[in-house]
Design a protein around this ligand. Structure first.
Ligand SMILES: C[S@@+](CC[C@H](N)C(=O)[O-])C[C@H]1O[C@@H](n2cnc3c(N)ncnc32)[C@H](O)[C@@H]1O
Length: 293
C-alpha cells in the first residue's frame, strides 16, 4: 500500500477529471472520514501508509463523490452556527444562509428571558437547536412531516444536551388540526398555548427551479425543497393563522424564495399584517421575512 500523500494526489486528479469542484479539499475530507482522523491530521501525516481496508473504503467513497453524492451526506455531518449536525438522506443539508435567522433573533431578543420557540419543518433541527444553545432559559418545539427526519433531529438534540428543553412532533402543517394540536402540546410543555417566536425554512423552490438543481442537490429530499405547487403553500397556511398561534408582540421569521417576495407581501397585507420587513441575504436578495404580531 502507498502513502496518504500518494492517494491524495491520485484521488484529487480523479475528482478533477470528473469535474468535482475543490477536488483536493474533497479528496482530503473524504480520506479524513475514512481514517477517522481530523483534517489537520492528514496534513501532518502525509508519509503514513494506509491499510488495504482503508484503501478499499476510500475507493468506495470517492466513487460516490464522482456520482455527486453531497459531501455532507458522505461525512454524515454539517456545521451550522458552529455546532455539528448529523445529516443523512432524510434531511436537508443545513445551508449557511439560514444562519441569518439565528442572528436576527439574537439581535431582537434578550437571551436572559424565557421564550417558547416553534420551528416548522425542523429537518436536522439546526435552526431550533442553535437558537436554544444561545437562549439558555428558553424552550422549543420542532415539527416535521417525516418521522425519519425527526429521528435525526432528536439525535442532534441529544448530542447538544438540549433534550429537556426541546420537543419534536411529527405533524403535517396541511393537517386541518395541525395548529390546534401544536397549541395543545405547547400548553402541556410550557403552560402557554401560543408561541413567542415562530421560525421556519419551508420548501419554497419553484417548479422551473427544480429542473435546474445542481447534481448534489438532487440527492436531497424533494419534500424539503418543493411543495409540489407554487412555493407558497406554507405561507398561505401559516400567515393567515399567525394570530392563533403567535403571542401578542411575537415574532415570525421565515426564509423565503426571493422570487416570491411580492406574493408573500400580498399574503401579509391580505391578512392585515402590516408590521413586516424583508431581510436580504449576502447576495442582497430578499431571503427572509420578519412579521411582528
Ligand atoms: C427546507 S427544509 C428545512 C430544514 C431545516 N429547518 C433547515 O433549515 O435545514 C424543509 C423541511 O420542512 C419539512 N416539511 C415539508 N413539508 C412539510 C409539511 N407539510 N409539514 C411539516 N413539515 C414539512 C421537510 O421534511 C423539511 O425537513
Amino acid at each position: 500500500m502507498e502513502t496518504i500523500k500518494y492517494y491524495l494526489n491520485e484521488k484529487t486528479k480523479l475528482l478533477k477529471k470528473n469535474f468535482v469542484s475543490l477536488p483536493r479539499l474533497e479528496a482530503r475530507l473524504l480520506l479524513s472520514k475514512i481514517l477517522n482522523k481530523s483534517l489537520n491530521w492528514t496534513y501532518l501525516n502525509l508519509e503514513k501508509k494506509i491499510t488495504k481496508k482503508q484503501f478499499e473504503n476510500y475507493e468506495k467513497i470517492i466513487k460516490k463523490k464522482i456520482k455527486r453524492f453531497p459531501t455532507a451526506y458522505l461525512l454524515e455531518n454539517k456545521e451550522f452556527y458552529s455546532l455539528n449536525f448529523k445529516v443523512n438522506k432524510n434531511t436537508l443539508i443545513p445551508r449557511p444562509e439560514t444562519e441569518a435567522i439565528v442572528d436576527e433573533i439574537k439581535k431582537n431578543l434578550n437571551k436572559k428571558n424565557f421564550f417558547s420557540f416553534l420551528d416548522l419543518g425542523t429537518g436536522t433541527g439546526c435552526i431550533l437547536l442553535s437558537i436554544l444553545k444561545e437562549f439558555k432559559k428558553s424552550v422549543g418545539i420542532g415539527t416535521d412531516i417525516h418521522l425519519k427526519t425527526l429521528n435525526v433531529a432528536k439525535l442532534n438534540c441529544k448530542k447538544n444536551n438540549l433534550t429537556s428543553r426541546t420537543k419534536f412532533i411529527n405533524l403535517d402543517w396541511n393537517n386541518k388540526f395541525f395548529l390546534r394540536k401544536i397549541k395543545k402540546i405547547n400548553k402541556k410543555f410550557t403552560g402557554f398555548k401560543k408561541f413567542n417566536v415562530i421560525v421556519s425554512n419551508p420548501p419554497y423552490l419553484l417548479k422551473n427551479e427544480m429542473k435546474t438543481l445542481s447534481p448534489e442537490v438532487k440527492f436531497e429530499p424533494v419534500q424539503a425543497l418543493y411543495d409540489n405547487k407554487d412555493g407558497l403553500s406554507f405561507y398561505k397556511i401559516i400567515i393567515p393563522n399567525l394570530n392563533f398561534i403567535l403571542s401578542k408582540n411575537g415574532y415570525f421569521y421565515s426564509e423565503i424564495n426571493p422570487k416570491n417576495y411580492k406574493k408573500i407581501e400580498n399574503i401579509c397585507k391580505k391578512n392585515n399584517f402590516f408590521n413586516f420587513k424583508f431581510i436580504n441575504d449576502l447576495s442582497k436578495k430578499k431571503r427572509f421575512i420578519l412579521i411582528r404580531n
